[in-house]
Design a protein around this ligand. Structure first.
Ligand code: ATP
Length: 236
C-alpha cells in the first residue's frame, strides 16, 4: 500500500471538517475523491500533503508513519501536492516555477530529463518558458501547477481540483494528461467536483459527504450507481 489514511480527524478551531476519514491508495492506481462543495476534499488534501496538521488519526506513506512530518519533509519522501487554486509563483517565469518544483533535488541530469517529460506532456509550457506565470491563462497555470509538482518526481501525485475554472475542452485535455502521467507510472490521488471525468478516469473512487466517506468502489461501478448519478452526475 502506498498511502493509508486511518481515522483522520481534521479541525479548524472548533469546526471538525474530517470526522475520521480512512482511505487507501495502492501503488499504480488512480484514486479519485469526489464530493460537493464543503464536503472536505481540500481538507483531505491538506491532511495528506501535510500543509495542515491533523487532530487525530494516522497517515502512512510507503509503510512509514508521516503524520508528524511537515509538508516539505513529505515532498522529499515522494508525496507531492498540486494545490487547488494552482498556488504557482505568479512573479516567476514558467521555467523558474518548474525549477522550484525540483528544489529538493541535486541530480542535474535527472532534473533535465524531467524538464523534457513535463514539456512533452505540456508543449504549451515549453512555448511559454520565459512567460511570467501570473500572466498566463487559467488553464496554462493549471498545467504549470501539475508540471511543477511532477518536477519533484513524486511517487504519489495529489491533485486538488485540477479542472477548477477550466472550459470543457480544457477539462478533457487536463484529464487526458492525468491519465498519461498515470500510465508513465506515477500513482495519483485526485480530488474533484467534476465527478464524471474523475470517475471515468479513476481505478477506484471514494465519495465524501460532510467529512465522511459514504461510498467507495471502482470508478466504473460508481458511474453506474443510481444514487451517484442523481447526486453527482445530474442524471436520474
Ligand atoms: P470546495 O469544493 O467548496 O472547495 P471542499 O470539499 O474542498 O469544498 P473543504 O474546503 O475541505 O471542502 O471544507 C470542508 C469544511 O471545512 C467546510 O465546512 C469549510 O467551511 C471548512 N473549512 C475549510 N477551510 C477552513 C478554514 N481555513 N477555516 C475554517 N473552516 C474551514
Amino acid at each position: 500500500m502506498l498511502l493509508q489514511l486511518e481515522d483522520v480527524v481534521l479541525t479548524y478551531g472548533k469546526i471538525e471538517a474530517l470526522h475520521g476519514l480512512s482511505i487507501e491508495v495502492e501503488e499504480g492506481e488512480v484514486v479519485a475523491l469526489i464530493g460537493a462543495n464543503g464536503a472536505g476534499k481540500t481538507s483531505t488534501m491538506r491532511a495528506v500533503s501535510g500543509v495542515r496538521g491533523i487532530h487525530s488519526g494516522r497517515i502512512i506513506f510507503q509503510g512509514e508513519d508521516v503524520t508528524r512530518l511537515r509538508a516539505d519533509q513529505r515532498v522529499r519522501k515522494g508525496l507531492c501536492l498540486a494545490p487547488e487554486g494552482r498556488g504557482i509563483f505568479p512573479g516567476m517565469t514558467v521555467v523558474e516555477n518548474l525549477e522550484m518544483g525540483a528544489y529538493t533535488r541535486r541530480d542535474k541530469a535527472e532534473i533535465a530529463k524531467d524538464f523534457e517529460r513535463v514539456f512533452g506532456l505540456f508543449p504549451r509550457l515549453e512555448e511559454r518558458k520565459k512567460q511570467i506565470a501570473g500572466t498566463m491563462s487559467g488553464g496554462e497555470q493549471q498545467m504549470l501547477a501539475i508540471g511543477r509538482a511532477l518536477m519533484a518526481r513524486p511517487k504519489l501525485l495529489c491533485l486538488d481540483e485540477p479542472s477548477m475554472g477550466l472550459a470543457p475542452m480544457l477539462i478533457q485535455q487536463i484529464f487526458s494528461i492525468i491519465s498519461e502521467i498515470a500510465e508513465q507510472g506515477t500513482t495519483i490521488l485526485v480530488v474533484e467536483q467534476n465527478a464524471k471525468q474523475a470517475l471515468s478516469r479513476a481505478d477506484r473512487a471514494y465519495v465524501l459527504e460532510t467529512g465522511n466517506i459514504v461510498k467507495t468502489g471502482t470508478g466504473a461501478d460508481l458511474l453506474d450507481d443510481p444514487s451517484i448519478r442523481e447526486a453527482y452526475l445530474g442524471v436520474a
